[in-house]
Design a protein around this ligand. Structure first.
Ligand code: BGP
Length: 476
């Protein structure tokens, strides 16, 4: 439907932004924190800046929260570093780690900003990997349960919104790129065991939150990339549905229905996969009833038929930030991804597609009827600090405006959406592209080549977003 009036947002709608511990904090060796696997990975990615400093939020959190308040934020989504809370396999709690998050939470609340916490955002402690076998070994389940219970106990009196695992689906789909395949000999088969263990950890977190946090609500954080069929050729539609299943739907169905779908069971059978489901596992998953979906959505994909006699082609991500380097993968017998001639792309070849946001919200609402919050959305760009001392990021303003308008339209369409937390507040370390790929509303003065003074500079998008928040989405 087209609407004549500007879409309206509920009065209680939460406006904020999002980050993750390893991408924003720095201070990786301070106050008892021990290394995470991602620290080692990000060091390997040099000349990109490693995460030992990044935006140095660990030391700038007060200044950052003050800026959030100036912008008008009513929420902030961030993650907790597991190895800051539990630095070693003895399970002993690091009080200084607790202190840091207590200080951050209290500072947010003092500024009337609702904290939303992700329990796990890609930063596996080295001790879990080396001593317990990481995601490959079921011993992680008890260690994770202990860690989340410590978090609920320490922060649950003030924090009511919790997120279990960030982008579990993307960790499995892009496991080779994110380093989740470490130690695996046959990733395509073993990834389903890892996924099952992640499902059990997710379930533990949901159950513990409901047990321990009065009025606590918890949900998963799928990375969502809507898939369009390339054409109205019927086989392209099935290919798009296959892509949807194999990158998103399998996970979302599990979270909501709390059982594996017939589609994935058939897939395992065809590919000779044994996910090692043990007695009691499905009963545990059954108990983990989620309260909402937190959704990360940046782009869309397009899929077409890929007959079984085609050759497999591995996806190649664009690492340089120069358009045209992304290689679309082919999965014979399932689907292949392809370019969409109707949308522009970013310098990293991510589709700029605001309508995908409305599509996602409609799709998720129609399938699952659960409240939704946006926990990531944004545009990575080569921002420039101009000679006038400002960052003129009108491309980001245009991107966010179009996306927010589509969220408003989805709300008008009848979807229940209660918050928008784009990625990111300050510039921070990108998953694969260092500080070169910036997302923030606030510029952080540092580069991949050189650590500068880390000064915070409000971008043009900061001022625009502030006006938008203060008009509850009307001043688009
Ligand atoms: C999401 C991750 C974030 C963030 C974002 C942008 O998938 O949850 O951690 O990094 O993607 O990705 P990138 O930094 O690769 O541009």
């Amino acid at each position: 439907m087209y609407y004549k009036e500007k879409p309206k947002f509920p009065d209680t709608f939460l406006w904020g932004a999002s980050s993750a511990a390893w991408q924003v904090e720095g201070g990786v060796a301070e106050d008892g924190r021990t290394p995470a696997i991602i620290d080692l990975n990000s060091k390997k990615k040099k000349p990109y800046t490693d995460n030992s400093i990044t935006a140095d939020h660990y030391h700038h959190y007060k200044e950052d929260v003050a800026l959030m308040a100036e912008c008008g934020f009513s929420s902030y989504r961030f993650s907790i570093s597991w190895s800051r809370i539990i630095p070693a396999s003895d399970g002993v709690v690091n009080e200084k780690g607790i202190q840091f998050y207590n200080d951050l939470i209290n500072e947010l609340i003092r500024h009337h900003i609702t904290p939303i916490i992700t329990l796990y955002h890609y930063d596996m402690p080295v001790w879990v990997d080396e001593e317990l076998g990481g995601w490959r070994d079921r011993r992680i389940i008890d260690a994770f349960d202990h860690y989340v219970r410590v978090c609920f106990e320490a922060f649950g009196d003030r924090v009511k919104y919790w997120l279990s695992i960030n982008e579990q689906n993307m960790q499995i789909v892009y496991g080779k790129w994110l380093g989740i395949d470490k130690g695996c000999t046959d990733w395509e088969k073993e990834k389903w065991q890892i996924n099952h263990i992640m499902n059990l950890c997710h379930a533990k977190a949901v159950i513990a939150c409901h047990e321990m946090v009065a009025d606590g609500k918890i949900g998963p954080v799928p990375g969502y990339v809507p898939i369009y069929p390339k054409s109205c050729k019927p086989a392209d539609q099935i290919a798009a549905m296959n892509a949807e299943e194999l990158t998103e739907k399998i996970w979302n169905d599990l979270y909501v229905h709390r059982e594996y779908s017939n589609f994935v069971k058939k897939y395992w059978q065809l590919h000779d996969v044994d996910p090692d489901i043990r007695p009691g596992d499905m009963e545990l998953i059954q108990q983990a009833k989620i309260d909402f979906f937190a959704l990360n959505c940046y782009r869309s994909n397009t899929a077409m038929d890929c007959p079984p006699d085609e050759s497999y082609l591995e996806l190649q991500l664009n690492k340089e930030g120069i358009k045209g380097q992304f290689v679309y993968p082919k999965f014979p017998g399932e689907y292949q991804l392809c370019a969409n001639p109707y949308v522009e792309v970013t310098d990293w070849d991510w589709e700029i597609d605001p309508i995908a946001m409305r599509y996602m919200l409609r799709y998720m609402w129609d399938h699952y009827r659960l409240p939704m919050m946006i926990t990531e959305n944004g545009i990575g760009a080569h921002d420039v600090l101009s000679e006038d001392g400002h960052v003129h990021d009108e491309y980001r303003i245009n991107f966010l405006r179009d996306q927010i308008e589509q969220i408003g339209m989805a709300i008008e369409d009848g979807c229940e959406v209660w918050g928008y937390n784009p990625w990111s507040f300050t510039d921070l370390l990108s998953t694969g592209n260092g500080m070169a790929k910036r997302y923030g509303l606030v510029y952080v003065n540092t580069t991949d080549q050189e650590v500068l003074d880390l000064r915070r500079i409000k971008k043009d998008s900061f001022y625009w977003y502030s006006k938008l928040i203060k008009s509850n989405g009307q001043d688009l």
